[in-house]
Design a protein around this ligand. Sequence first.
Ligand SMILES: CC(=O)SCCNC(=O)CCNC(=O)[C@H](O)C(C)(C)COP(=O)(O)OP(=O)(O)OC[C@H]1O[C@@H](n2cnc3c(N)ncnc32)[C@H](O)[C@@H]1OP(=O)(O)O
Ligand SMILES: Nc1ncnc2c1ncn2[C@@H]1O[C@H](COP(=O)(O)OP(=O)(O)OP(=O)(O)O)[C@@H](O)[C@H]1O
Length: 731
Amino acid sequence: MFEGYFEDALKGYYRHLVIVNSKDYINKVFTIIDDFLKINPRPKIIYGFHPWAYKAKDRLKLFKDRLSDIIDIDYSNSEKFLGQSADLIILDSVNDFRPNYIARLIDMVKGGGLAIIYSDNILENKLYRNSLTRKGIVKDLFERRFILEAKKHRGIILINGDEISFIPYSSAETHRAFKKIPKYPRIPLVLHELCLSSDQNKVLEESLFITGEGKRVVVITAARGRGKSASIGLFLAYLLYKYQEKFNNIIITSPTYYSSQEIFNFLIKGLEALKVKFKKITSRDGKIMKIKVGESRVKWLSPDLAKNEDGDLIIIDEAAAIGLENLDYLIRAWNKVILVSTIHGYEGSGKAFLKYINKLKNSVLLKHIKMEYPIRYAKGDPVEKYLYDVLLLDAEAPEINDFSEMSISEVTQEELFANDALLKNVYGILVEAHYRNSPDDLMLLGDMAFQRIIIAWSDNKPIGVAQIVYEGELEESQILDISNGIKNEGNLIPHRIIKYMRLLEFGRLKGWRIMRIAVSPEHQGKGIGSKIINEIINKAKDEKVDWLGASFIADYSVLKFWIKNQFIPIYLSSIKNEGLNGYSVIVIRPLSEKAKEIAINLSSLLKDKLLRTSHQVYFNLNPLIIVQLLRNTYSNQIADYQTPQIYLEKIKAYLDGKLPYNSVAEASHYFVMKHFLVHKIDLEEDLEASLVARVLQGKSWYHAGLMLGLSSKEVEKKVKQALAKLIQTYN
Ligand SMILES: CC(=O)SCCNC(=O)CCNC(=O)[C@H](O)C(C)(C)COP(=O)(O)OP(=O)(O)OC[C@H]1O[C@@H](n2cnc3c(N)ncnc32)[C@H](O)[C@@H]1OP(=O)(O)O
Ligand SMILES: Nc1ncnc2c1ncn2[C@@H]1O[C@H](COP(=O)(O)OP(=O)(O)OP(=O)(O)O)[C@@H](O)[C@H]1O
């Protein structure tokens, strides 16, 4: 029955999506697939599932018996397959209906192809949704909207129970990308021939900008799937072919290896086309980690390792996702930088990133290349449109013209999901402010119960938003479970404090965790976030809450925001969260006496941990963050022991240039410890940060300088200045 439509899709290079939400899913899916096979008898097929989930393997077998050559992908590993594409994608949503997986896998369908999501009932017993359950309750606002939007959108075949709805699309409305080789290309024709869109040809030619003299930055931005990674791979092949001397050591970095995989694949394609001999070095699990051409090499490194590496060129893929602080550091340290980033992709819309780029233009030579045309399917594809709308991939914060008045109020999740314009605005603020937002966060916003949403309004539009969840008030048995190592995802802060700090009584207190707070990027720093916090405090006091808290990845300005609002740092994770690229911090604002007592105790333990372990646990943390934590934690130690005279003499000798730093390292460590414990004088932040980096974190002058944006000499000068003050104060 759908054959004719599938044929038109092939003609127009666009896709269809089928959503089967019915107990009789298998028969319904096979009927559709039979139609598709009439048009495309030998499709490349990808099948997504959780292999370990109930009967998931049996269902896969049903498909394997009927269809040949199915590539099955474990959802949890699906990141590895980002560069893949297929004609037919089948998503098993019987055990799990999770926005991130849906978005990621549907992305792989090619023009003319078909994606099928099948489930018995997307509302019943689904893993991700279940993880949002609190006290046995979970909502369904996300799923209802998903179905409602499917009915409204073209190109989406919805089989809900026995009801079918479908509004067809037409090939007359699509535009397919074609390559356009410039008349006088500067890059070899064989590379241009490998491009699939004129945008890719443009990237090849315009990236040559990087080969010019001096410090230079090239920025490539586009929505997902525009072929950014592929074209940079081809360009690198050219550099290795033509500029081996100048670009001898090239580093590629990205938050996860997989987003860079396509760069390597296309680098190889390019080298083969240019007939350049190369060596490929792969990891044990088959990832291409390094390509060597003669003495030159291109190598992948994680952002952290890339920081301490020297080389001629660095490519930062998914640049917006490594955080502006890391970006800033890398751009300072490297002379030639290519930034590749997804704008309006589902890893965040990246306005903050664009703003950063615009600012960067004032200080370095920079070329910004934008790509428009999708590679895998035609421009105008209805499935892309549906995904953008249903997952709000292009949500943006609203423009606020009149900022003179502001008010704060609470909305329910039901009100929010019943008003699409408001939802898009509120979610847009979250996306633009938090570059790490992903489609799962939209489900969380709609489905997690016991959640409160506070909105700040200006000009009748939202300008800031906070999501609060209830935590604590645990039963004794829950507290014991946590202390014995059992997870409790709904109670993040009590979990950390009970498990890692062994403070069981904290679990009994009533808390509100501010899970998210975000202000429109244009209006940050104007007091809006603090006003929202004030409002939350007032509500919490009315409801006899013991503490307000937040947990977030340590970031200098975010930490300052909480400290400014009198939140006390009480916990810093000892292990870096690799996925989020940082250490998480917990801050709380105690409202009851009991909570205050605990907060002071925990905070002094945190200070102690920082002073004792910065060199081994936190050596990679920004020293300015350590300074903020040290300055704003309590001290339970009285460092009133007598300063050894010899330490004083040693530091004096160092300041006079009679001894090198290493000879007096123990003496400086003594004074720095004492300063942060006793805090008799206020030192400037940059002096303290220099002390922290060199003395507590044990960095070399060079690396301390890189961390702080200073030269080695400048850091040493600051350390000396600071030590001079310390020996005067603590003699
Ligand atoms: C649990 C969590 O959600 S933690 C993550 C917090 N959210 C984010 O990081 C998203 C991006 N940032 C934002 O949305 C906002 O900047 C917030 C929510 C952090 C703060 O709200 P704002 O309205 O910008 O802060 P407000 O004006 O009330 O306070 C300003 C103070 O916050 C700090 N601050 C943090 N981020 C910023 C920022 N982007 N711009 C300006 N100040 C900031 C500064 O210390 C500033 O004080 P100072 O100017 O004296 O140094
Ligand atoms: N010139 C090309 N020839 C063949 N396939 C291509 C070409 N360019 C891109 N592709 C394919 O199109 C898909 C998207 O390309 P790529 O990964 O480069 O896009 P991207 O813009 O970097 O997207 P993402 O944001 O998803 O990383 C990949 O599957 C890639 O293999």
